[in-house]
Design a protein around this ligand. Structure first.
Ligand code: PMP
Length: 285
């Protein structure tokens, strides 16, 4: 695999960053994951805008221009012959000096930029999307700025492990009695044809897939309500699903052991997945 590190395309074994990088020492960095379908980038503009926002919130300088970022993504797709899969991008604050809690001056600190590809042949027809997946609920104990896409992913990783241990696939996190989001996705339920998903705030990541799916739902005259929902409500829902750039629209068929509907992916989730994939292929760059 050829990866990108700070201006260079290198075989993965030759790519290195400093052990003093604040991304490594302090999780001081942000990331994006962009899907690639048929060799093209899905929702690229959305990821670019969110990256700029995450960097701005943390006062990390942009590592390069938007045009350069697109060129790097395309170059990695080409050099790795990537058809279906994703591109992971990470920007960390770098670090010109010693370990210190205070940030180095953003004006004179060069951020670290790393990108790599992951091939996922047939990702648009994943088996999980046909059967649906199971989630458990866990408490949300993450920090209060989940709208910034930081690389602090330890608790979501632990949540995923808790799910696996419980024989499920993923965990939905609950704060003050209401679902915030999944470990790496935005959560939805459907009741009487109405799609319910938590409104945007500092409590959740502003999913790029969420924005697209809600737009398609509105265009298809589906009813959408943006508000928090409880696990009890989710267990009694007609169907549920989640969205993320790498899983698209994923049906959820079981929540904390309660089977939803007939235990198969519901019609709303299936339809939204189909629309999302169709439209994404059309607008991919
Ligand atoms: N919430 C969290 C916590 C996530 O990690 C992700 C994906 N990284 C999402 C939601 C979904 O966002 P997107 O649709 O932009 O991938």
């Amino acid at each position: 695999r050829i990866v990108y590190v700070n201006g260079q395309y290198l075989p993965e074994a030759e790519a290195t960053i400093s052990i003093f990088d604040r991304g490594f020492l302090m999780a001081d960095g942000v990331y994006e994951v962009t899907s690639v379908l048929d060799g093209k980038l899905v929702d690229f503009a959305g990821h670019q805008v969110r990256l700029a926002r995450s960097l701005g919130e943390l006062d990390i300088a942009a590592p390069c221009s938007d045009g350069e970022l697109l060129a790097i993504h395309r170059e990695l797709v080409a050099r790795n012959d990537l058809t279906d899969g994703m591109i992971y991008l990470q920007v960390t604050r770098g670090n010109p000096g010693d370990r210190d809690f205070a940030f180095p001056d953003p004006a004179t600190t060069k951020p670290t930029l790393v990108l790599f590809t992951q091939s996922k042949p047939g990702m648009a027809d994943s088996p999980a999307s046909k059967t649906g997946i199971k989630v458990i609920s866990i408490e949300d104990i993450r920090w209060g700025r989940r709208d910034i896409k930081t690389v602090q992913l330890l608790y979501p990783s632990m949540g995923k492990m808790m799910a696996k241990k419980a024989g499920a696939d993923d965990a939905w996190m609950v704060e003050e009695g209401h679902v915030t989001e999944g470990t790496s996705n935005n959560a939805y339920i459907v009741k009487n044809g109405r799609i319910i998903t938590r409104q945007l705030s500092h409590e959740i990541l502003h999913g790029i897939t969420r924005a697209a799916v809600l737009r398609f739902a509105a265009e298809a005259q589906m009813e959408v309500e943006e508000r928090p929902f409880t696990i009890a409500e989710a267990m009694a829902a007609d169907e549920a699903f989640f969205t993320s750039a790498s899983a698209f629209v994923m049906p959820v068929v079981e929540i904390d052991g309660a089977v939803l509907g007939n235990g198969k992916p519901g019609p709303v989730a299936r339809r939204l997945r189909e629309i999302y994939l169709d439209e994404s292929r059309k607008t991919a760059v």
